[in-house]
Write a protein that binds this ligand. Structure first.
Ligand code: ATP
Length: 359
């Protein structure tokens, strides 16, 4: 049942996070106004700056409140200079993934006309789905005796999470086929020739694939599959893989289509969704006004597509399509930010996308 008003939680975070979230909200408001879609926003502070001031990266009450929103838009969190006692960076976004069981990270990579790529490719439109709650991150909280001789991490695959993950992958292949005319195909990347956990992952994949005979499938080893992102990226539609393999391959895919500045993402469970650019807080360019807002703007389009599915509200689908179209238009005509070969800046790109929506 669609709602009169959708509540969006904003987590701008650190570095360029606030700059790109601000840009994306301007675009979102312009697009929503055209469809008379009502959105309300609540901003929460979280990340490395908050940690430095207070010793916690997100207040417990805020972590709870975020879960009540219809969707969450996150900028970027963490700064290389702010670390916990064990040497790792502050990452409340990983804590939120765990708290809300956001097991699938959806990372679409599309090559838009006007965006330069170093890869010989023309029509790249793929969605990398990274599992985010287990795999090689499964033992993140395991107790370990400190050692200077050997340290291990644990790779665990469960049937419950893998089944949900693959169902999302096949569902995405169907939705993409309906919305964008993509082929309707899912590729599993694994290391099932060596790792027992991955042989099990492939077994579960085969079982789920049998339930979706109208969707094509392929199974590739992660090494060869990674090479093909560069040598033949057009072969991929939906790609699904283990946590760390997905972490790496989704950035290869982003590199193929122009880099992190144009790569959106969404971390989802069956109930909750957090949408954010694939990039981090980019402290090297923070405050300079040159951050590419496109990844975050495209993340808002993903967020609306997700709300459209959850709430059965076609207005959200329409607003998402308008944002995608206006963004594609500006990527083609310019201005573009320096990371994709332009001489524009965050402001000029954002205003041009707003203007394209209003034209
Ligand atoms: P994390 O580990 O938090 O994902 P990272 O170490 O991968 O972060 P990023 O913060 O994503 O690093 O930045 C990597 C490089 O990409 C930096 O040089 C940064 O300036 C550039 N970059 C990232 N996002 C953008 C953007 N939106 N616009 C322009 N350049 C960007």
């Amino acid at each position: 049942m669609s709602k009169a008003l959708y509540e969006i939680a904003l987590l701008p975070g650190d570095g360029i996070g606030p700059e790109v979230v601000d840009a994306a909200v301007r675009v979102l408001n312009a697009a929503a106004k055209n469809e008379d879609l009502k959105l309300s926003y609540t901003t929460y502070e979280a990340g490395a700056n908050l940690f430095q001031r207070t010793g916690e990266s997100m207040a417990e009450a805020d972590a709870v409140a975020v879960g009540q929103a219809d969707a969450v838009l996150l900028g970027a969190m963490g700064l290389p200079t702010v670390r916990k006692a064990d040497g790792t960076e502050i990452a409340p976004q990983i804590d939120l993934r765990e708290r809300y069981g956001l097991f699938a990270s959806l990372r679409p990579c599309e090559l838009f006309p006007g965006v330069p790529t170093r890869v010989k490719a023309e029509k790249v439109n793929m969605l990398v789905i990274r599992e985010t709650t287990e795999g090689l991150f499964a033992g993140r909280h395991d107790k370990q005796e400190p050692s200077d001789e050997a340290v291990s991490d644990r790779l665990t695959i469960t049937r419950a999470t893998s089944e949900k993950l693959f169902e999302v992958a096949f569902e995405q292949a169907k939705q993409r086929r309906a919305s964008y005319g993509t082929p309707g195909h899912v590729t599993l990347l694994d290391k099932s020739n060596v790792l027992r956990s991955n042989a099990f992952l492939r077994k579960v994949f085969d079982e789920v694939a049998e339930r979706h005979p109208d969707i094509g499938t392929a199974r590739l080893y992660i090494d060869a599959g990674s090479m093909m992102f560069v040598t033949n990226p057009e072969r991929y539609d939906v790609v699904v893989t283990e946590n760390v393999f997905g972490d790496i391959t989704s950035e290869i895919a982003a590199g193929v289509v122009g880099g992190l500045g144009v790569a959106p993402s969404g971390d989802v469970s069956l109930k909750h969704g957090i949408f954010q650019p694939s990039h981090g807080s980019a402290p090297d360019i923070a405050g300079k006004g040159v951050a590419n807002p496109v990844a975050t703007i495209l993340s808002t389009a993903m967020m609306l597509e997700w709300i459209a599915q959850q709430q059965d509200d076609p207005r959200c689908e329409k607003v998402a399509a308008a944002i995608r179209q206006a963004t594609a238009k500006v990527l083609h005509s310019g201005p573009r930010t320096p990371d994709i070969g332009g001489n524009g800046n965050t402001e000029s790109v954002t205003q041009s996308i707003v203007d394209a929506l209003n034209s």
